[in-house]
Design a protein around this ligand. Sequence first.
Ligand code: M6R
Length: 362
Amino acid sequence: DKDGYKHFMAKEIAEQPSVLANALSAYVTEHGIALPDPGIDFSKIDRLTMVACGTAFYACFTAKYWFEQLAGMPVEVDVASEFRYREPPITKGTAALFVSQSGETADTLAALRYCQGKADKIFSVVNVSESSIARESDLALPIHAGAEIGVASTKAFTCQLNVLLLLALKAAVERGRMTQDRLEDILEGLRAMPGTFNAALDRDADFSSISSRLAESRDVLFLGRGLMYPLALEGALKLKEISYIHAEAYASGELKHGPIALIDQHMPVVVFAPKDSLFEKTVSNMQEVMARGGKVVLITDAAGAEAAGEDVWRTVVLPAVPEVLSPLLYALPAQLLAYHTAVAKGTDVDQPRNLAKSVTVE
Ligand code: M6R
């Protein structure tokens, strides 16, 4: 039941602090990471291949940055529908990881079967533990998000990120790339995340006021760099699927290679830019947008808002978090902007046209 919320999606967005706290209690103790043993020694694995569809793919894409930066691990990511027909060579020393909320997505399952007998290890990150993908994996790690009813994935995404980050941290430790102190710092930040989410949810009115303007647009562009690039892709997907507004996402640095031609005063540009190591670069891309009359919606933290200057059309200030944890927090604005825009447009938020919760056919 909707627990008094207007839509399942609203409920599922709002319950993320408690859902995440629950997921964390399963996998992080006071002694550190307590994931079930994936049966993989990451120091012996040469390559990780991650495959999924839609939002689950964007979780994998985010995790690619984590595995590379934290664990120094070569990672390949692909959408399942391409992967399964590409005939990708799977060399010895490859672990294959499949991410799926439902565990029944036809393309993801076919990609998993393609890897059977080729990859050293097949594991999955799922929400439904009794699913085909879970059953056919050597090990399935549940994300503990609880049932997700809204077609637009929200809490499953943040819980997928949580498990993938913990796996990347585990890989970093096993590959000798992380000190105990640094690990403890990151885990401390993760333990604080439910509270941080609550503080971000307090900004709900900011998102709904921006969304009333987004609802009038024909197109919306999302930009981000580094860890915020997959988030920009996720923000655009969320907006498309429930508000039916055309949205695209680009890595900010790609702007001048084409999409900047689209910029005018009619196209809002949502920029995800916490004050991280790439902030200056993102801001300079943002200024290129503003110089061409583009209306920028900047999602940042207090330091970022101060450094960005005054010409930004709308700014939403979120709590500051360690850079590595920013994808978890910035999932919220991606979800809230889409949700409020869809509500303003009066679309069927939980059952958007042409979409199914679980895509069990090709
Ligand atoms: O059940 P899965 O995670 O395998 O589903 C994958 C996609 O179909 C799913 O994430 C889809 O993109 C959502 N509607 C996104 O909100």
